[in-house]
Each structure stands twice: as C-alpha cells, then as structure tokens.
Design a protein. Sequence first.
Length: 425
Amino acid sequence: MRYLLLFSIFFGSLTTFSQTDLEKDIIDIEGKVIEWRRHFHENPELSNQEFKTAEKIAAHLKSLGLEVQTGVAITGVVGILKGDQPGKVVALRADIDALPVTERNNLPFKSTVETEFLGTKTGVMHACGHDTHTAMLMGVAEVLSKHKDKIKGTVKFIFQPAEEGPPPGEEGGAALMIKEGVLENPKVDVIFGLHINAGTPVGVLKYKKGGIMASVERFVISVKGKQTHGSQPWSGVDPILISAKIIDGLQTIISREAKLTDEAAVITVGKITAGTRFNIIPETAELIGTVRTLDPAMRSMIERRMKEMTETIAKAYGGEATIAFRNQTSITYNDPDLTDQMLPSLQTVAGAKNVQIVKATTGGEDFSYFQEVVPGLYFFLGGMNPDEESKGSFPHHTPDFKIDESGMLLGVKAFTQLTLDYLNQ
C-alpha cells in the first residue's frame, strides 16, 4: 500500500511526461535495475580495476543511443543525453567500485570473488551499496533516453570509479575525472548524487543543507629529536615525549578552540612509529592521523592551529616537527540555494513526511570534489526493510552489509524528478 501511495504522489505531480508513459517506463525498469544490481554484486571489482563493470555500463548506454566516453579516470564511463530543446546541463553521478571485504551473507548472488589487496588475500564485496548506485543510474538513463524530445538541455551520466580511494601511488576517483574534464564539454551547471543507506527505512530520503559529510584529511607529523641512551635522557631530545605532548595539544584545538555548536570536528592520531629498542631514546618519531571537518572556515582554522601547535611544542622541548596534510575528500557541501530549490522535487517523489533533515556525518565522500567546482546536492536513500528496523542493520563496509532492493525504485524516481524539474523550470 505504501508503494502505491508513492507511485501516486510521483506520477500525479510530474507534468513533463504523460502519466501513462512515465508510469510504464518506471515500472518496467525496476526489474532491470534489480537484475543489474545483482550482476554487479556478484561480480565486484576494486578501485581502478572496474574494467568488466565499465564494459557493461558502456554497452548499456550505447544501446540507448547515448554519446559514450570510456576510460575516463582509468575505468570511468560517461554518457551524454542531449535533449531536443536547448537548456542547461545536469550531471548525475554513481560510484562503481567495491571493497576488499569477504562477504558473509547467504544471498543467491553473493560475491565469491577473491583477490590480493596490499599483500593480503581477501574477498571483494560491494559492502557499501555502489552496486545499487550503478544500477539505479543505468535505469535513469534508460527512462530519460525514451523522452529526450521533452528534455530542455543535456543530462550527463557520470559512472565514477575509485570512490573508496585509488590504490597507493595511483590517481583516481572524482578528482581525476575532474582533472580529465568530466565537468566540461558540455559544461555542467549542477550535479546530483545519492547514497543508499542500510540504516534508513525504504521510502525515506534524508538531506542537509551545507556540510552533510566531512572532509577527510590524512596528516603526517615528523618529529626530530636527538638519540641517546635510555638511562641518560638529559643527553638527548626525546621525540616520543614530544609526540605525546603534540597529541595532547592537538585535542585542545577541538575541545577549546573549535566552535562545535556550529559543526562537528575530529582530530585523531591513529598510528605512532618510533624507536627500535627499550633502552634507546630514538632520533625520530612519526605520527599519522586524520582530521574531519564540516565547515570550510573551521577546516582552515584547524589546519593552521595544528601546524602552529606542532612546530611550537616540538621547539619548546628542544626538538623539531613538521606536519603535512593530504586531502582524501573535501567537505560534501550541499549548496543551500540549490537544496532549497530542489527540495520540492524530493518531497514530490517520497512525500513530505518521508523527506527528512539528517545530522551531518564525519564519514567522507569524494562527490565533494564535484561540489567544489559546480553547485551540488547529495542525499541519502533508504535501503533498510522497515519490518527489520527494530533489529537494526549491519553497517556499511562490513561482511554482513545488505540492502533491501525495493528501495532502489525511489532512487530512480528521485534522480528523474530532480533532472526534469531543474532542466524544465
């Protein structure tokens, strides 16, 4: 009954197509979307290795008559659908890579793929839902390709590899796609993206204006002291002691300087390397960690203060220290004006009560790189069976992760509605 209501809301409000045509196209595509999702789930590929995945995507887009580009950012695929009437350009993005996780589910389409990842034998699994994202966007492409005569503008379908991060020493993901011109020729005006969520009930969409997911930065602090015998610390400079003081100092940036009533922020030191023997004070130490922020100004302040504190603390104890940052993702920042403009579209397909504001998460998403170049809107799609809500769900990136496939239809509808509403307003 709930799904019939959603169909009624969606088809009753979208005026671009006749109700009969759109209803038939959406209903017909659901079976294909599920079939594609199961294929990708059973045949996952790691970041920058999505060759078979890309082949299937490209073949489908070509069969629809789209202009297709392959080999973008190594394994990415881009499809371009030009409407019969001139207008703006909307980009829709899906990520296509899997994770080095061994699946524990007993699905009939369970992944049994194995590989070696960074020297360790492991399974490969779509443990984050990228298989659903890929299948849904393929479905949107098919639906819209049947009605290009009524599209005012152009739709660019971006199937992005390596969202989980390229292998060490390689480029990849959204940053490389942008570098290779994915947002140009034709120039993109806005971009929409979604992420299915195993903890959100099917039929629900969640969004937030501004920062919805955190920037993810990796930092490395190199501490230099003076080596000496462990029994004579006064003869040297202890980089381990300096490291401890730096770690303590960094936490005061969060607890005493960051305005946490505005947005959350996190500084975590996850690895310390120093020394070779119990009775030797070593020459050097290295600290590796991550910074998560949701506000650009706060991000700049935290980086500046981390640098000042690292260098000053080390100097105070007679040593030296430097800090280097490596940006993993930027802030997934939903343009406030675009979010306000497109909120009615989300409410149209899901119903106003099912479009909910969500608190920001300190997880990261490289969709953020697209949003640094053009205005973007990124939202979460329910993928949990409502009947199982009381039992809880398995987190993303775990061997037991699973998705209720009935939630994907709303993703197809949301992308379709956003695209048509933006282009035809």
